[in-house]
Design a protein around this ligand. Sequence first.
Ligand SMILES: O=P(O)(O)OC[C@H]1O[C@](O)(COP(=O)(O)O)[C@@H](O)[C@@H]1O
Ligand SMILES: [Mn+2]
Length: 628
Amino acid sequence: MRDMRESEVLTEIINLKSIQQLPKATEHFISDLHGEFEAFDHILRNCSGIIRIKVASIFNGELTEDDQRKLCYTIYYPEEMLDGKAKKADEWLILLNQLVRVTRHVSSKYTRSKVRKALPSEYAYVMEELLYQYDEVDNKQDYFNAIYQTIIDLNLAYHFAVTLAYLIQRFVVDHLHVLGDIYDRGPQPDAIMDKLMEVPSIDIQLGNHDIIWIGAYSGSLACLAVVLRISLRYGHLSLLEDGYGIELSRLEKYAEKYYEDNSAFRPRGLEKGKLSEAEQIRIAKMHQAISIIQFKLEGQLIDRQPDFDMQNRKLLHCLSEDRQSIVIEGQSYPLHNGCFQLVDPEAPYELTLGEELVIMDLLNQFQRSERLGEHMDFLVREGELYSVYNGNLLYHGCIPCNDDGTFKQFTFEGQNYEGRSLMTFYHTALLNAYDFRREHDTKWDDLVWYLWCGEVSTLFGKDNMRTFERYFIKDKALHKEVQNIYYQLRKDEDFCRSILQAFELDESGYIINGHTPVKAMEGENPIKANGKMLVIDGGLSKAYQKVTGIAGYTLVDNSHEVYLAAHHPFTSKADAIKHMREILPEQKMVHIRDHRVKVAETDIGHSLEEQIQALENYFGMRDGTIDE
Ligand SMILES: O=P(O)(O)OC[C@H]1O[C@](O)(COP(=O)(O)O)[C@@H](O)[C@@H]1O
Ligand SMILES: [Mn+2]
């Protein structure tokens, strides 16, 4: 500890103790973003409806519903709402005053020093005056109006209003938890990553769709083939080409040579007219080429990792001679939309020379993409397989279990892992894969792939990934991927308590889980096990909204309560702004607290307590008094 004077120590102790008495800051949980940048961005901008609630609490009785909605939209999308729209001086004055009132309200939970740090330097002084030099009887309104007038006269009103809007967004939610699956299916995971990298306080629990991107970047050829296959399946060339600068020309040339159009490989989930017929055929050919490469690479991987026990997932050697049928577990099934011309019956898992060159070229490009590198760096730095935060447990997938409810073991190189140690082991594997990314297909890379689709993965949670069957076999019974018993057990309170215990958490905590779309339409409740288990994947992913019937759950945990917000399907940013749609998400209350929770009761509060203790020890103080 640096040399401190007694008075300094006392001031610091008073400061820390007063922070402990502030209300606990609001946490916001979101999951399964799946590349849907605009919907995600909207939820972040309106803070799952909290801004609307705050505005109502300040302006009810003073502003009409319509005017409140307009003010909210100005806070969510300040540039779009204000840019190029001429406003008279008195209109600006009203707006600036309204925005300052909201800012005051939402920043009142924080210390001055925290607010000061968040203020943009160019306006710091003015803003501090506006935020703190006020009293309830409005004696200072003339003074404020003079400040607003100066801002307006200097032509800074627009910029000032935009700054305030973002400050409000920043203050309403203090900490964001992202429970995984940022990538795949939707078009713009790259834009989501850019935005997440700017969030001041965040943690990330990685999802199965995130770790395959890390695996691909780290040199797992199988993961690379998987991410390319999924991107092509959903027709997101622009993510690869424009977003990450990956040139697909060699893959395309190769695919053109060997593959025909194939309906099973046309891109899915596309808006009408988004891609021309020719473009779709071009994608279908590349999609087939990369799928076959994937199946071959996976076969090789399964052979070199006997611990994975996945021989039954190798299917290319089970094709009939004429390639019209396949034998799976002793039963023959007809094949449809087959494209096995590059599968050599003598060596079905061997890549052709062309395939090898294509995939190595793609790996090279992935690893050289600066933007992808930045995104992966951030994910690996911030991402965990589970997090413990304020006594709660957060993870994306599951704890694989046996039918009797005990944790399932995974054995690798003679060591057994289960539950918490299994998650820790996978995290180590992921970090090692990333650190050794100059080497491809290391055992760590293989473990990342296993985490994507293995039976004892904490992110997959099913017995088998039936990608092959879903492309080529009509019989739907073969598409079924059976969920681990965990998903039944998690409805039970005692089971959830046993998980909390395994992570050394006490009974007051709860588990937040993503990954499985909640079928709200069929009456599934996201609040399970008497509030011990909260499932927040409501399916932001457009492709899955048919199943869920809503557009995702988010969770809000503030000083008064914990509740889920069920979001309505989101069309697009342009449409939302045009109609200023403001259907508040439905709230599902999880827990109303019996008292207002203070910072002292949170993780931050506990670490402040340690600092206070250390300071008190420093001067031999106890209970705020100095020893004689
Ligand atoms: O519907 P798609 O995009 O083909 O994906 C299906 C695949 O995705 C998975 O459901 C995994 O993705 P989720 O994490 O979103 O569930 C696999 O089990 C399944 O084989
Ligand atoms: Mn998932």
